[in-house]
Every structure is written in structure tokens, then in C-alpha cells.
Design a protein around this ligand. Structure first.
Ligand SMILES: [Cu+2]
Length: 212
């Protein structure tokens, strides 16, 4: 009787170790609550929720956005510091270093770092200028969901930012973009020759490990 009980217990323990389903369910997840930026110019409270979920080699990126300018494409990325181990922060009002009333992309760099991984149709390409970012519907909302190979993204990321790992919980997510007709002062800076209305930050959130 005693012998039989031990055998049964051992069998259950081994089954638990061998079950791939258990390991998959325990994979990692992160979350960011996106709060509005430059709402005085956008005229809306852009924001939403982003989740990053890893299951095996699949990273699923999902962003539920609302309050964004309707009918236009919205660039979205995680930003971070390309060197060192610093943790990015979303900009506060003081980030408006030139005092023009707007926090432009360049003004976010001191606290948040630079554009790192694009959330469009092919994140592992690491190409920032693409036309496959999400387009907001007539109500100013969109849902972006993209699966990407985690190992491919890690390799591409390490190639572009040597010595850096994805380290999601040190990064922030930005949503960008206001209509072309938006009256922006000339002092609003952008990246390269990308127009300022395309890169103007409209929401930001810190990525944090999701509970559970
Ligand atoms: Cu960005």
C-alpha cells in the first residue's frame, strides 16, 4: 500500500514536469497604460493600453488606442536608451525645453531615449519609416495586434543596439501623429526629414511587468 502511494505521487510529479502546456502558460507579459501628451494641441485625450505577451518564441504586441486623430496613420514604438542600463520615463511638462508649449520628439530624448522598436507590420525589420503603422478609425480608435518571433526581434535589436537587450520594463511606448493641417510652430522638431506632425508624441506609457 505504501509502495503504491509513492509510485503514484512520483508519476504525478513527473507528469507535471513533462507538461509543455504548463510551461507555456507561465510565459511573460508586460503592460503599459498610455496617457495623453500634447493634449492642448491634439484637442483630444489620446491614450490606451499596450500589452506585450510572450508564449514560446512568439511575442504578441497589442495596442488598444483611443482619442487619436481619426483617419491618419499613427507611428508607435518603444523608446529607450541605446547605451547603459537606464530606465526611460515619459516626459513631464518640463520636457518642453524650448518653451513652445509642445513636447516634440527631440525633447523626449533626454528622459526617454530614442526610437527603438517600431510597432507596425514588421517590427523585427527595425525600420522606423514604414507605411504599415495602424490607421485610426473615424472615432479616433484603433486596435493593433502583431505577432513577431521573439528570437528574430532580439537578434535584430542586438544588431542595431549592440550591448542592449529588449528589457521591456526599462522602456516606454509612444504613440505619435497629428493631422497634417495642425498648426505647429516652426520650433517643433522632428527626426531627419520626417514632418513634425507625423512624429509629434500624443501619448506615452511606461512598460511594466504584468501581474501574474
Ligand atoms: Cu516613437
Amino acid at each position: 500500500m505504501t509502495c503504491k502511494t509513492i509510485t503514484l505521487t512520483t508519476a504525478i510529479a513527473l507528469a507535471g514536469l513533462a507538461s509543455p502546456g504548463v510551461a507555456q502558460a507561465a510565459d511573460a507579459a508586460w503592460r503599459a497604460e498610455l496617457a495623453p501628451l500634447n493634449a492642448g494641441t491634439t484637442g483630444t485625450e489620446a491614450g490606451g493600453t499596450a500589452t506585450l505577451t510572450v508564449s514560446g518564441d512568439t511575442l504578441t504586441i497589442r495596442i488598444d488606442a483611443s482619442g487619436t486623430a481619426p483617419g491618419i496613420m499613427h507611428l508607435q514604438h518603444f523608446h529607450g536608451f541605446p547605451e547603459g542600463g537606464g530606465t526611460s520615463a515619459c516626459p513631464a511638462a518640463e520636457a518642453d525645453s524650448n518653451g513652445d508649449g509642445l513636447i516634440d520628439l527631440i525633447e523626449t530624448e533626454a528622459g526617454a531615449g530614442i526610437t527603438m522598436v517600431p510597432f507596425h507590420g514588421d517590427p523585427a525589420s527595425m525600420e522606423i519609416v514604414m507605411d504599415s503603422y495602424p490607421v485610426a478609425d473615424d472615432a479616433g480608435a484603433y486596435v493593433y495586434e502583431q505577432e513577431v518571433s521573439l528570437s528574430a526581434l532580439e537578434a535584430a535589436f542586438a544588431g542595431k543596439f549592440p550591448g542592449q537587450k529588449l528589457d521591456f520594463d526599462r522602456r516606454v511606448i509612444f504613440l505619435h501623429g497629428v493631422p497634417e493641417a495642425t498648426d505647429l510652430p516652426d520650433s517643433v522638431e522632428s527626426l531627419g526629414d520626417v514632418p513634425a506632425h507625423v512624429t509629434l508624441p500624443i501619448a506615452c506609457g511606461s512598460i511594466e511587468v504584468a501581474g501574474g
